[in-house]
Design a binder for this molecule. Sequence first.
Ligand SMILES: CC(C)(COP(=O)(O)OP(=O)(O)OC[C@H]1O[C@@H](n2cnc3c(N)ncnc32)[C@H](O)[C@@H]1OP(=O)(O)O)[C@@H](O)C(=O)NCCC(=O)NCCS
Length: 225
Amino acid sequence: MNFSIYRATQNLVDCPGDNSWLGKQEKAVLDNLRFTKRRSDWRLGRWTAKQVIKGFLISEPEDISFSQIEILADPDGAPKVYLKNKPAPFTVSISHSHGRAFCVLAPSNKPIGCDIEFIEPRDENFIRDYFTTEEMAWVKSCKQTLKPLISNLIWSAKESTLKVIKQGLRMDTRSVHIFRCETGNTQNWQPLEIELNKSKKYFGWWKTMEGFILAIATEEENLRP
Ligand SMILES: CC(C)(COP(=O)(O)OP(=O)(O)OC[C@H]1O[C@@H](n2cnc3c(N)ncnc32)[C@H](O)[C@@H]1OP(=O)(O)O)[C@@H](O)C(=O)NCCC(=O)NCCS
């Protein structure tokens, strides 16, 4: 049986200017964020996550307002959802890039991670520092025009996987290996094969959208967009 990954992307212009849709605890977090870009990314991530959560809860008999959905951070930084102050029975992951946010939701608290990246050239030093030898060879073998797509795809899939295990960049990005895949039809979700520490398999999905890469990683083969 396959389970759906709920998902949404939103732009800065979609996000309301006021904060009435934030919960009390979220407003307190926002009050402590000093930098304009961080505040703006944080708000857009919450707004996008609430769109996905509302979509997931649509068939629930009990109505829940935007401000009764709160997305707070666990001590490791991973997002944790509360519905009317109680932990939600599902998991979300949030990412932002260049004024756009991407959020995914997995039912039944299955671990999930996502990432959005603007497709732009990546520095050779960046690739050398963060990619495995095989990933470097994959980028090197591509046509010049494909290099930004492939290098951002690899990076995005790595970040998604490191969010599944809630480590983020505390962990060496070379411990996550992204296997070479087809890059023909990039506008539909494509599967990705991922390995952590040369042993554990993860399941990934990716696509392009308006100049961005969207990537998702999960532990479950039957969880798909
Ligand atoms: C997770 C991480 C790779 C995100 O990278 P990024 O390129 O800055 O940002 P993205 O926009 O793709 O993702 C940011 C979101 O990742 C999520 N996130 C942060 N830490 C996370 C973790 N440990 N596990 C899963 N998700 C996490 C958050 O939802 C965050 O958005 P928010 O803070 O607005 O809610 C990076 O934040 C990281 O490595 N964090 C852990 C190490 C660290 O320095 N933590 C400091 C705070 S405890």
